[in-house]
Design a protein around this ligand. Sequence first.
Ligand code: 3HC
Ligand code: NAI
Length: 720
Amino acid sequence: MPTVPMNNLVKLTRHDDVAVITIDNPPVNALSPGVPEAVAAAMDEMNADPAVTAAVVIGAGRTFVAGADIKEFGKMTSGASPRRTLLPFLLGVEDSRKPVVMAIHGTAFGGGLELAMAGHYRVASPSAQVGQPEVRLGIIPGAGGTQRLPRLVGVPKAVEMCAQGKPISAPDARALGLIDRLIDGDLLSGAVAFAREIAGQPAPKTRERREKLGTLVENAEILAAARDSAGKKQRGMKAPLAAIDAVEAALTMPFEEGCQAEQKLFTECLFSDQSKALIHIFFGEREVAKIPDVPKETLLIPVNRVAVVGSGTMGGGIAMVFANAGIPVLLKDLDKAALDLGMEKIRKNYASSVQRGRFTQGFVDERLKLITPAFHYHAFSDVDMVVEAVFEGMALKKSVFADLDRACKPGAILASNTSTLNIDEIAGATSRPAAVIGTHFFSPANVMRLLEIVRGKESSKEVIATCMQLSKRLGKIGVLVGNCRGFVGNRMFGPYRREAQFLVEEGADVEAVDQALVEFGSAMGPLATGDLAGLDVGWRIRKEYRHLEKPGVRQPFAEDRLCELGRYGQKTLRGWYRYDENRRANLDPEVTVLVRNWSAEAEIAQRQISAEEIVERCIYALVNEGARILGEGFALRAVDIDIIYLNGYGFPAHRGGPMWHADTVGLPKVYQRICEFHHQHGELWAPAPLLQRLAESGKTFAEFDQERSAAGLLERVNSA
Ligand code: 3HC
Ligand code: NAI
């Protein structure tokens, strides 16, 4: 079997009469520069070889081609590299005189699926996945995907795949006709055998097929429904609508023109701020896993059995998270009554997941078997990790950790779900502070993707590495943060919600404040979020920390007063809004009157406030606190803050997170507005020194991250 390397990325091997072209561009065989050229050269060579009757294209390592090289997009939009398109390359593959079989394992995503569809046949391992996920990067398929996919699977499925970006499994793709055969066992030999079967037969070209396309009239309703759904579910995002337009072009234009229309839309999307933001997030989500002083090789602690203390809102959800990942979990509470209540909530939660079709009853039954109620700490002697989720209070947490210290085996990780308390102080209640760490889940724990992992002064590298790795296993995105009050997410959320209250106290309508932020793209407005979480949570915390407030510095009062009236939010059906029994929000004129009266008493001048000011006040409050946190070393990178806000606080992904958004607006402009707010509203708006430094030196947060990373200056996150 002679092997000819075309370059260091692609090789051509002969398996008797079948040529095998292997793409070997780790880690994911992206179509980086050099790959298409070498595949084309291999194609020419096999076409010229009279002994070859057909070809197989396959990926080396863990996957077929996972797409175009996303790193190249950044270079294109900055003008550093000429714009290249994969279209002519794929036409060349499709025009091969000898049939080409694409052999798919792992993922054929984006340009990878486009390559596969330019082949004449596709075979796949049953575990493979295929998809056009480009919209998640703010772009659309740019190499004929929107034109070839509807020809293979029909318009309804193609619209769904291109506009929503969700991949489908190989068996589903087989049922749709996108895959011609599933191959159990060795993919390469199955693909070669398949190639021999079809050799000599006419090679079907996807671009010439029309039998599944239908007409514009036949598909009009599908297209309209897809646009409607994109407007609602992907609010504010341009790429899904562009993807639908491009698929529509397949119905109204010949293939070549359809590809040109796709190219135009692709380029518009690629050069948009939305795409830059989403690509920043793609790489950011991978970057946060990299902790400079905790190398990849750090020894991991096996986590096979865990325990959760406290079966309330968070503890119950956290137990479900472990069970969903197949990890057996002991669940402890104060007494049988509390535990029964906790288990009942878990059952209800699972039942509603079955009702909504998220899980099957069988899956849920298996998960429930993994959760075992525990009444004594001695049951904890062989668990590998404990997550404590009892009431928030230092004395209680310390006593629980002292108990855990006595009950758990050496080497077990002792984690706290505290949202405000000092991890080092909690660790001080044990004889093993190196085993103690914060694992701050977000509510509802079984739904929210964010996990803030709070590094204490003494948390060991093994414990940190294990929690970071565990977050992936639990389907979460773990971000390591420093130990300061509120950690990163909630520390920033304070000023954000403070400004929302100030705005109402200054004359803005409750609905106007929320609406401005929803228009900005947030999942929910700040006041409605307060109602959902419970206004009393913040009220209790503020009462506890009131002694730390500087005298003479303006503090918001509206929520405290609402709480004094028993208006805790959704749980009491009254808060900023009034709720019906289905928890649907209605405006409550009573609140407007109350706040206007309180403001008059406090002599706060009332004025018209624009939506622009509302957004600036709330979002720049996030940015300023984020810059302070970064400057103080409680977050490793600006992008870590962005990932926290996207995954834990409903910040719009297409704006890239608060720090990226500030870069996009321009730090000098953001800094100038913050200085104006400082002047108008006082000390709470003092600009963060890091923001001032970057704005004055013409730098961005992204450059700050890059420079520190390149210079090896990324240090460990701080512990206060
Ligand atoms: N380009 C460049 N780098 C890529 C990449 C791509 N398409 N896909 C993944 N990578 C990199 C990641 O950044 C990561 O790098 P790192 O190790 O330095 O952090 C490495 O490959 C491994 O990736 P993951 O950590 O994500 O590995 P997983 O095994 O968890 O997931 C995957 C693999 C499912 C392929 C996932 O990486 C993924 O979804 N990738 C993106 C796929 C995609 O969006 N493709 C479309 C690209 S756009 C396109 O094709 C346009 C076309 O229409 C013209
Ligand atoms: P919760 O009040 O719903 O539940 C607390 C549970 O702990 C109760 O079931 C209680 O009986 C139990 N408990 C109290 N003392 C105990 C003890 N000594 N031993 C065993 N069990 C005991 O509280 P929630 O909301 O679940 O909060 C738990 C922790 O999670 C707190 O530290 C909180 O700050 C944190 N948190 C809460 C979030 C939320 O949105 N509710 C979000 C993120 C963190």
